[in-house]
Design a protein around this ligand. Structure first.
Ligand SMILES: *Cc1c(COP(=O)(O)O)cnc(C)c1O
Length: 390
């Protein structure tokens, strides 16, 4: 058989592909699995959005190829949403492009900017696509540690100047997957200054902006004055509107970066089904009070899980955003062994922290994607199995 490329050999199966296999094997053994693994909302897409999609499917006008960059109406809806939500002005023609989910855009932007060997500053722990997208595009990821003592924000001053000078892109992601950390405008301002100083494209991943709790509201990097000179921001309807399966997102910000990303995309994809874009417009331009209800659900789960884990010896503070709890594994073990023990002895799927980068070792991630009752059951199983943080 033909041999795959050297680049391909550096690409492992996606983190969750491996986890899904182990989960399937456990289910085949008859185990009642509690899945707290992949970050996929367990609530349906809001009915109003689904209803709009139903109608749009029947209209033959929506059956042909969509515009590559997104319909004008969708791009305008994105601009309206950014104005309403962040008070950020966007030119729908130049500063917005639709994405087939933001994962796609995050992977493709790298192809527009990397020469072989170029450095990309990648948070560790971080969403795996930043690193693997970099490798696929021929670049070299340089890990920027996110440490608990720094509130899981990168210490940009600690990045060696010679590395920063060679870097093309810096990824940041707040509210953060997997740590649930949040960033304020002061941090975004620092990141913009850093990107200006070293001539770096600042790539902000804002996937979790609407999953916030206890009155916290997540800002956009584009709220920083002058950010549009250096920054592109990725957003997605996946988490904000329970639309993971629909595959719709957007990139906004620096016009040149948007144009370059669009050029890559016109060569590899042909846009998003127009009916899905019409559903996206519904989500972005009308008030969506259902978001508050969904967030209330996550708050209830968070409170049960945080309290339960703290009763088992952990010392966790309730998260302000995302639907992840990022917790240290007991000191006598490591990420892989602990996660295997959780599956084998409790039938609970959680994600090993080291899947998100070297600084994730010693942690595991729990997604709040099960009901309060199931979370209580998970905690009971842990207690019965003698699993404690000690
Ligand atoms: C879920 C997620 C995304 C969004 O993925 P889509 O492709 O839009 O579904 C992007 N970034 C992070 C960090 C995520 O966790």
């Amino acid at each position: 058989m033909v041999k795959p490329s050297e680049t391909f050999k550096k690409v492992p199966p996606y983190l969750f592909a491996g986890i899904d296999k182990k989960k399937a094997a456990a289910i085949a053994r008859g185990i009642d699995i509690i899945n707290l693994g992949v970050g996929d909302p367990d609530s349906p897409t809001y009915k109003r959005i689904v209803d709009v999609m139903h109608k749009a499917i029947d209209d033959p006008k929506n059956h042909d190829y969509p515009p590559y960059e997104g319909t004008k109406a969708f791009r305008e809806a994105v601009a309206i949403w950014y104005k309403n939500r962040f008070n950020v002005d966007l030119d729908a023609n130049k500063e917005v492009v639709s994405l087939i989910g933001s994962k796609e855009g995050i992977a493709h932007i790298l192809f527009a900017y990397l020469n072989p060997g170029d450095i990309v500053l990648v948070p560790s722990p971080g969403y795996p696509v930043y690193k693997m997208g970099t490798i696929l595009a021929g670049g070299v990821p340089y890990y920027v540690p996110l440490l608990e003592k720094n509130g899981f924000l990168p210490d940009l001053d600690a990045i060696p100047a010679d590395v920063a000078s060679k870097a093309k892109i810096l990824f940041i992601n707040y509210p953060n997957n997997p740590t649930a950390a949040v960033a304020d405008i002061a941090f975004y301002k620092k990141a913009v200054d850093f990107a200006k100083k070293y001539d770096i494209l600042l790539a902000s991943d804002l996937a979790y902006s609407e999953m916030t709790y206890d009155g916290y509201k997540a800002p956009s990097v584009l709220e920083v004055e002058g950010a549009k000179n250096v920054a592109i921001e990725f957003h997605s309807l996946s988490k904000s509107f329970n639309m993971t399966g629909w595959r719709i997102g957007m990139a906004v910000g620096n016009a040149e970066a948007i144009e370059n990303l669009s050029t890559i995309k016109t060569n590899v994809d042909s846009g998003i089904f127009k009916a899905i874009q019409i559903a996206g417009i519904e989500a972005l331009t009308k008030p969506v009070p259902e978001i508050e209800e969904t967030n209330a659900l996550y708050i209830a789960r968070r409170d049960v899980l945080t309290k339960g884990l703290n009763e088992l010896g952990w010392n966790l503070t309730p998260i302000k955003a995302t639907f992840y709890v990022w917790a240290p594994v007991p000191p006598s073990t490591n990420s892989n062994d602990f996660v295997a023990k959780m599956l084998d002895e409790c039938g609970i799927v959680v994600v090993p922290g080291n899947g998100y980068g070297p600084e994730g070792e010693g942690y595991f991630r729990i997604a709040l994607t099960a009901t309060v009752d199931r979370l209580k059951e998970a905690l009971k199983r842990m207690k019965d199995a003698g699993i404690r943080f000690s």
